[in-house]
Unconditional design. Structure first.
Length: 227
């Protein structure tokens, strides 16, 4: 049976604007938005709270075995992350948890644990799913794959302003350093590294503001839906 479901896989490095753009595009096209980074962040938070070695498969696997992660959507369609019945959507956004997420996400046990959860969404709904390996591993048959990227300095500038707005104290240099380190970790890990799928459309937003990036993304999706 042919499915009417449409899936857009959006991958790219951290700070390229994937989540903000995907969220808005999902609202525009009436799709469910799945932020897979938030799921890895929730695992990172759980492991950091337990104080385990974030690169140790056995210790992290022990945390996974007693972990209950739920995704809920609030009335505005915003994805909320629930860890053992606690809403941790805000706690997972700190630079410290970003780094924890990047570390645990390099473990095969963690990736296998989250694979089914992510695929389940695309089986049920038309989705825009963003992450690092959505087009390459999670949804290799996605209706459309987009690789969203931008120069590290542009990404650091945006992330720095975002953190400032949230009142999280940090410096531009440390945000840039974090981005470069996470890029390295995300592209060099052995399993499901960040890379552009062969059949992905690349969108570089280094020189674009948010509205321009959004229009460019929507036009890629519209063109693809019509074909
Ligand atoms: O997109 P983000 O910054 O919220 O992601 C947090 C970390 O999770 C990132 O460093 C890499 C990892 N991640 C991943 O390995 N695979 C995904 N599909 C999404 C995120």
């Amino acid at each position: 049976m042919m499915s009417d479901l449409f899936s857009v896989a959006i991958d790219g490095p951290s700070g390229a604007g994937k989540s903000t753009l995907s969220k808005r595009a999902a609202a525009e096209f009436g799709f469910v938005y799945v932020d897979t980074g938030a799921i890895y962040r929730t695992v990172g938070l759980a492991c950091s709270r337990k104080g385990v070695d974030l690169l140790n498969e056995e210790e992290v696997a022990a945390v996974l075995s007693e972990l209950k992660i739920d995704i809920r959507y609030d009335s505005t369609g915003l994805q909320r992350m629930i860890l053992n019945e606690e809403d941790v959507s805000d706690q997972i956004r700190t630079p410290e948890i970003s780094m924890c997420a990047s570390k645990v996400s390099s473990l095969p046990t963690v990736r296998a644990f989250l694979l089914d959860m992510q695929r389940g969404f695309a089986r049920k709904y038309s989705v825009i799913m963003d992450g690092r390996d959505i087009g390459t591993v999670v949804l290799p048959d996605a209706s459309l794959k987009i690789y969203l990227t931008a120069a590290p300095e542009s990404r650091a500038k945006r992330r720095f302003l975002e953190l400032q707005e949230k009142g999280i104290e940090t410096s531009f240099e440390s945000v840039l350093e974090d981005i470069i380190q996470r890029d390295y970790q995300d592209t060099h890990r052995a399993i499901a590294p960040l890379k552009k799928a062969d059949d992905a459309v690349e969108l570089d937003t280094s020189e674009l503001d948010f509205e321009e990036s959004f229009r460019a993304l929507c036009s890629i999706i519209s063109n693809h839906k019509e074909n």
